[in-house]
Write a protein that binds this ligand. Structure first.
Ligand code: S3P
Length: 162
């Protein structure tokens, strides 16, 4: 079965994906990376040149391909769950795990990085909190399982999902 990791930016989807892939000898596919391959451009460049709508269309395209994967760990982008069609596609493609992080951790892990267009410029805790709140219902709707990642280390999260 595929395991699909969803969650807000910097919730640890890619790190956990790589960790699980190593531990279980399965392949990991990062949907952000698939988008960049398809567009032959980095994500910031896609946002800058063709805009968020075109990025979301590409994201929907790669999300719908998940049903063709077998025994794969999939790390999604944080906004993958914004469209209902994507939430449905993910749920049909495997076990969807919501890595629920805290606004404090998001701020901490994104403070010095500029590769996320939606977090460009230093965001206040309140801004991050309100972005997370606005998406909460979508993560809940898309997932089979929710894990509060700030309560566990990687190994524990891995054990919960197994
Ligand atoms: C986004 C999350 C990013 C990336 C893009 C948009 C979002 O992925 O897809 O910058 O809307 O939350 P990560 O969650 O891997 O940072």
């Amino acid at each position: 079965m595929n395991i699909i990791l969803i969650g807000f930016m910097a919730s640890g989807k890619s790190s956990l994906g790589r960790y699980m892939a190593t531990r279980t000898k399965r392949q990991v596919i990062d949907l952000d990376h698939e988008i960049e391959e398809k567009a032959q451009m980095s994500i910031p460049k896609i946002f800058e040149t063709v805009g968020e709508k075109a990025f979301r269309d590409l994201e929907s395209y790669v999300t719908k391909l998940c049903k063709n994967y077998h025994n794969t760990i999939v790390a999604t982008g944080g906004g993958c769950i914004l469209r209902k069609e994507n939430r449905d596609a993910l749920k049909q493609a495997g076990l969807v795990v919501w890595l629920n992080t805290s606004p404090e951790n998001v701020q901490k892990y994104t403070a010095k990085r500029s590769n996320r267009p939606l977090l460009k410029g230093e965001k206040s805790l309140e801004e991050i909190e309100s972005m997370m709140k606005a998406r909460e219902e979508f993560y809940a709707d898309a997932s089979h399982l929710k894990i509060d990642v700030f309560k566990h280390n990687l190994e524990e999260i891995f054990e919960i999902i197994q």
